[in-house]
Write a protein that binds this ligand. Structure first.
Ligand code: ATP
Ligand code: SF4
Length: 322
């Protein structure tokens, strides 16, 4: 039986802006299991970053409007600031979307690490912390001399690897990597993804949630994938199954638009998806993909059902029960 690390259940996180709400995450459910890479993909603005950053720190104008996120059975949204601070880095650690700027520019890497250790791993001596840091820097092919440097002295690729070391230094049970590769060139991207996997295999990280709009990269590392559209989940399944046999029209359109995946669909209606995602202040009722969906029919004005295909493959679409 797989061990559940995170169970997100009907989560709603909206932005309160100028007297109205942007429904960025609107009833999202999924589970992350121990030892896996769980990928979250979807085009820009579908709510990926809002979803994962709300799990770590709910900042205004974000608001928790409903649902739960159980980390080892305890709801992150009912934890106090102090409880959340305690699980940060050791329980859940995040490499944020703009990771290259994540390290304090006025501190040397050594001091950034020692300050974090004083809070999150107070039982370790400074020497033990620095020894572990040196060992991890070597694992990511960085010299221990990096400890004496300021973040600005590192190149983009080096800084990304330094962020990886800092975020995983206390062996997090769950690492959330939000678009870790978007600011990097293709070769560096591949190296960072491979390092993440190495850390997982070495037991340094318990599980990974990897967020990206780049499905081709995600497919290289993810065990399971979730596709989001306009604040909702449209499909979840084992990565191979989801990429080779997607069932939701949006997933099909998304995947057939990536030639490197080598998957195409005979269905002409899906090629060259027109239009853009809805305004999340006032999304359409029912299926949010309906205004762009070539198969939309009357029933799509109602919330689509979850259609279970077995093996954990689920999609949300009326076509599945027609
Ligand atoms: P990207 O990959 O471009 O970051 P994303 O899928 O991560 O996109 P989010 O950044 O979570 O999407 O944005 C989801 C929705 O929330 C978008 O409509 C966005 O405009 C809106 N949004 C994001 N941040 C804020 C904010 N601070 N205030 C109001 N709306 C916001
Ligand atoms: Fe298209 Fe309807 Fe399925 Fe939505 S529910 S994806 S509109 S067929």
């Amino acid at each position: 039986m797989r061990e559940e690390v995170l169970r997100v259940d009907g989560l709603k996180v909206w932005y309160s802006v100028g007297g109205s709400y942007v429904k960025a995450v609107d009833g999202v459910s999924f589970t992350v299991y121990r030892g896996e890479v769980f990928g979250i993909a979807g085009e820009s603005g579908c709510g990926k970053s809002t979803l994962v950053s709300s799990l770590v720190l709910l900042k205004p104008p974000m608001r928790h409007m409903g649902g739960r996120a159980l980390f080892h059975g305890k709801d992150l949204f009912s934890m106090s600031g102090e409880e959340l601070r305690k699980i940060r880095y050791k329980g859940i650690s995040i490499i944020p979307q703009f990771a290259l700027d994540a390290l304090s520019p006025t501190k040397r890497i050594r001091d950034i690490i020692l300050d974090l250790a004083a809070v999150h791993e107070p039982n370790l001596t400074k020497r033990e912390v620095l020894e572990r840091a040196e060992e991890r820097l070597r694992l990511v092919s960085l010299s221990p001399k990096v400890l004496d440097m300021y973040p600005v002295e590192l190149s983009g690729g080096m800084r990304q690897r330094a962020v990886l070391v800092v975020s995983t230094l206390f062996n997090p049970e769950l690492l959330i990597a939000d678009e870790v590769t978007s600011a990097l060139d293709v070769t560096t991207q591949r190296v960072v993804l491979e390092l993440l996997l190495e850390f997982l295999k070495a037991g340094i990280i318990g599980s990974i949630v990897a967020v990206t709009h780049d499905i081709a990269s995600l497919y290289q590392i993810a065990d399971r994938m979730m596709i989001m559209y306009a604040g909702k989940v449209v499909e979840i399944g084992p990565a191979e199954e989801l990429v080779k046999r997607p069932r939701h029209p949006y997933t099909q359109a998304l995947i057939s638009s990536i030639p490197s995946l080598g998957v195409t669909y005979k269905e002409k209606r899906l090629s060259g998806l027109k239009g853009s995602p809805p305004n999340l202040r006032d999304p359409p009722p029912g299926c949010r993909f309906a205004p762009r969906c070539p198969y939309a029919f009357e029933r799509c004005g109602e919330e689509p059902p979850a259609v279970e295909l077995g093996g954990g493959h689920v999609f949300y679409c009326w076509l599945g029960v027609r």
